[in-house]
Design a protein around this ligand. Structure first.
Ligand code: KMH
Ligand code: ZN
Length: 308
């Protein structure tokens, strides 16, 4: 089996500041936690920006630039900027930061879907910021728009024009078919890095049999031209990562998708999750890839060719 790539998604746009005091939302906290995650073994840092005033998801260049140079200075990690941003943003808003920052990698969401966050309202009645409760509540009528035109736009602007390669986020079987369609159109080339996204309400559930079938389907569609990784949102994060490691895949952890380190126990940092997944994958006999090994495996343009 090849070396295993650990990605860490440091803050995301799903969780809100009231849910955990450890969720990094200021530029300093995002930088510190990203650097620590890289030191713990994450070769790829999947990054979103936040508005430093209130922790709201942002994709503005100034909010990315408040932490990207520090991370670049202190680590060798591959920077992967989200083009998903937040489902409440337009595509233009989502692409603002990544277009100017020109990272080595970007995420690319492979289908339009529901993205329901409202179950996380739970019983909470106290919120640190006014935006949090409506942000979650209104997700019962939210469409995460990733049409074929949107996907082609990202491939063209970030991929062809700026040399980024992609973390293809596939939340269901249909997203694999869509990815194959873009291979057939000549807009996606090997090596293809697929992130199976499991456990989002609107996508496939985080169940072992679903992962087996996603992999079997991707094997049929992409043969030797692809690698796969798994992120499971919520409490299935570590069990699915362990399963994926034994299946020859790669893993993604981070507070973007799970705030906990054990049942009922908040993770105190992203690095804590990276350390835990590292133990799990090493126990499964896998060797963790360095950032430069990851660059070679994914055919990335190089750390010196970014815009920050
Ligand atoms: N947090 C994941 C479920 C993106 O950044 O493009 C979705 C995600 C999307 O990572
Ligand atoms: Zn993300």
């Amino acid at each position: 089996m090849s070396k295993i790539i650990i990605s860490c998604a440091v803050t995301g746009s799903i969780h809100t500041p009231s849910m955990s005091p450890y969720l990094p939302v200021t530029p300093q906290a995002i930088a510190e936690q990203a650097i620590a995650a890289a030191r713990a073994g994450a070769a790829i840092l999947h990054l979103h920006a936040r508005n430093p005033a209130d922790g709201r998801p942002s994709a503005q260049l100034e909010d990315f630039m408040a932490f990207l140079p520090a991370i670049r200075e202190e680590t060798d990690a591959v920077i992967n900027l989200s083009t998903g941003g937040s489902a409440v943003m337009s595509l233009d808003q989502r692409l603002a930061g990544p277009m100017a920052a020109e990272p080595e990698m970007c995420s690319l969401n492979m289908g339009t879907m529901n993205f329901a966050l409202y179950p996380m309202l739970g019983k909470r009645t106290e919120w640190l910021h006014d935006w949090e409760e409506p942000f979650l509540r209104d997700s019962d009528d939210l469409v995460f728009k990733n049409t074929p035109r949107d996907i082609a736009t990202v491939l063209e602007l970030l991929g062809r024009e700026r040399g980024a390669r992609f973390e293809f986020e596939c939340y269901d079987l249909s997203h694999l078919t869509m990815l194959r369609h873009f291979v057939d159109r000549g807009l996606v080339q090997a090596p293809i890095f697929i992130q199976f996204v499991m456990g989002v309400l609107g996508g496939v559930a985080a169940e072992p049999e679903h992962l087996a079938y996603l992999k079997q389907t991707a094997d049929g569609l992409f043969g030797d031209d692809y690698m796969f990784s798994v992120l499971a949102a919520g409490r299935q994060q570590m069990p699915m990562a362990g399963l994926c490691a034994t299946m020859g895949g790669h893993v993604r952890v981070g507070l973007e998708d799970n705030l906990y380190i054990a049942r009922g126990e908040l993770a105190k940092s992203n690095a804590e999750q990276v350390e835990k997944v590292r133990e799990i994958v090493e126990a499964a006999g896998r060797v963790v890839a360095t950032p430069d090994e990851t660059r070679a495996m994914l055919g990335l343009k190089g750390k010196d060719k970014v815009g920050f």
